[in-house]
Design a protein around this ligand. Sequence first.
Ligand SMILES: CC(C)(COP(=O)(O)OP(=O)(O)OC[C@H]1O[C@@H](n2cnc3c(N)ncnc32)[C@H](O)[C@@H]1OP(=O)(O)O)[C@@H](O)C(=O)NCCC(=O)NCCS
Length: 220
Amino acid sequence: MVLKVLPATEADAPRAASIESIAYGPNPISNALFPTTTSSAASSSSSSSSSSNPRATQLIDQLRADPSCRWVKVIDTDLQARGEEAMVSFAKWFIWDTPQPPAPPQEWGPGTNPEACEMFFGGMRERRNARFAGKPFVFLKLLHTDPKHQRRGAASMLLKWGAQEADRLGLDSYLEASPEGRPLYEKSGFQVVDTFVADFSKWGGPAEHHTALMVRPAST
Ligand SMILES: CC(C)(COP(=O)(O)OP(=O)(O)OC[C@H]1O[C@@H](n2cnc3c(N)ncnc32)[C@H](O)[C@@H]1OP(=O)(O)O)[C@@H](O)C(=O)NCCC(=O)NCCS
């Protein structure tokens, strides 16, 4: 069972969306943020085309919109040799090696709860804008591993890919950690610099959901 890091392309978008949906599973936060897409996305197959998969289409649109966006995947070469679905983990990085204008407010599409999304993702966007105003940085936006392949080191390999890019460019790296991801990020050199607390009680979720905002300092 050999794992290998490769660039991911638009053709990988449906599988990336499928892994994301299985990895997060139905949970109170996803239900609040994406009340009508959580169940349908979870059942979409990895082989479905991006045109029939709104999340895959959205990922592709975002990739095309920013040339600094990089997709990276881990494949299992044994699965590949057997002709099975080989992609087990996916990461989406932004390598912003020049200062960026503040990220603008986003439009929340079909299936979302725009109020909850703006409170959660919009709130973190504002923290990010404030922290990195006028500074280049590397941002890990997405990271998820198929639960069948978790704890095999796949996510660590994708983090290492980003760390190498950041070190090559001498940049800080930044991410917003799920509680599940935090131990992994700490192992990879990220430190908590702030905590974003969100109240999902209006939509049946927790009144205090903590997201660790983490930085891996540029290597000197
Ligand atoms: C977090 C996640 C990406 C980890 O993926 P993974 O491929 O299993 O990670 P790795 O195998 O590289 O784990 C490396 C180390 O991180 C830590 N780690 C990983 N998952 C962990 C978990 N669920 N709980 C505690 N520690 C964990 C462990 O120290 C692990 O090393 P070990 O297996 O030798 O103990 C995966 O659990 C996932 O997709 N979760 C759901 C989505 C999510 O929360 N993504 C993070 C968004 S910020």
